[in-house]
Design a protein around this ligand. Structure first.
Ligand code: MLT
Length: 330
């Protein structure tokens, strides 16, 4: 009996080592749980370009499995074969959706291997070009004067744009004064904002910076506690705290996940490749240009344990935000 156990353990150790040595042996898929061309898609594509260099130049394909605030794509990865070839790139929604969706089809802390945090991304409060306001103060007054007449686009319940919109309306005591319109991502929502079909959005700098620069949309404030003084364009916008919203401080983040049960040596290979990408000057520069911050090599969140501990604390923090707003997906 004992001998069988030892033999079985030896075989499984051998096959784990073989799986890692061989990995990757086919194209890797990054599942992006939002529409193509949006902020999650952008970070996934930039990361893929850099990570593949550290994975024997493997092909990395992007699968935009959008819907239900990101939970459809997350569920797809939770159910995928745990061999490291199907990964999830997702943001703060991993931590926000457990509070919003009381019946999730997967368990955020049990059904994934945590591979590390990719970036931190500030958000911007933006409006359609036709809005009469040009400053944050005028913007807030305009929304106040037009309650019930304007709409806010977001990428589904639990998306970053949804959480940010909730937090801002709650902070300025304008709860439910904007009609919310859900999209499969903020790429299609941005098209409608530019066209003037929707009025307002709170979206990641990685999706708004180029549009603000081109004058296609108006920006009113950033959601970080302090203004983004290092960014050549975003430094011109005040933080919501400066505008009187005490304690308002929202920076979202993205992380990389594999299905639970992915062999430990494969998890290590993926984490090594992620950490190498986070030190790639080209990746860092591309992210910076869009207002995002790549974590330093000393940031504990880039380790699997640190990433999981961080998401655990974010789940508790965001539950308080969602409960205060009292809005749920079911
Ligand atoms: C969001 O608000 O969650 C995002 O902008 C998602 C996306 O479209 O990538």
């Amino acid at each position: 009996m004992k001998l069988h156990l030892v033999t079985a353990l030896a075989i499984s150790t051998l096959s784990l080592t073989a799986a890692a040595q061989d990995f990757p042996n086919k194209p890797i898929t990054f599942v992006v749980p939002f529409a193509a061309g949006g902020p999650t898609d952008t970070v996934a594509r930039q990361l893929a370009e850099s990570m593949r260099k550290h994975l024997n130049n493997a092909t990395i394909v992007i699968d935009n499995a959008a819907g239900a605030g990101g939970t459809i794509g997350a569920n797809k990865v939770a159910r995928a074969t745990p061999d490291g070839h199907t990964l999830l790139v997702w943001h703060i929604g991993m931590a926000a959706t457990p509070a919003l969706y009381r019946k999730l089809p997967y368990k955020p802390l049990d059904d994934f291997e945590y591979l590390g945090i990719i970036n931190d991304v500030p958000m911007t409060l933006v409006g359609k070009p036709q809005l009469p306001a040009n400053t944050y103060r005028d913007f807030e007054n305009y929304i106040r004067a037009n309650q019930g007449k304007l709409n806010l686009g977001h990428a589904g319940l639990g998306s970053a744009s949804h959480i940010c919109g909730l937090m801002w309306q709650y902070a300025v005591k304008l709860d439910k004064s904007l009609t919310t319109v859900a999209y499969r991502g903020t790429a299609p929502a941005m098209n409608d904002l530019i066209a003037g079909t929707i009025d307002v959005m709170c979206d990641q700098t990685t999706n708004t910076t180029q549009q603000i620069e081109a004058g296609r949309i108006k920006a009113f404030a950033v959601t970080t506690a302090k203004p983004l003084s290092d960014h050549p364009l975003l430094k011109y916008y005040p933080s919501l705290q400066e505008m009187g919203l005490k304690d308002f401080d929202l920076t979202i983040w993205h992380g990389l996940y594999a299905p639970k049960g992915t062999p430990a040596p494969v998890v290590k290979k993926l984490n090594d490749a992620l950490r190498a990408a986070l030190q790639d000057p080209e990746f860092i520069q591309k992210q910076r240009a869009l207002g995002a911050i790549v974590p330093s090599p000393r940031d504990r969140r880039i380790t699997p344990e640190g990433h999981k501990a961080f998401v655990t604390s974010e789940i508790a923090k965001l539950k308080a935000v969602v409960d205060a707003a009292g809005q749920y997906a079911d």
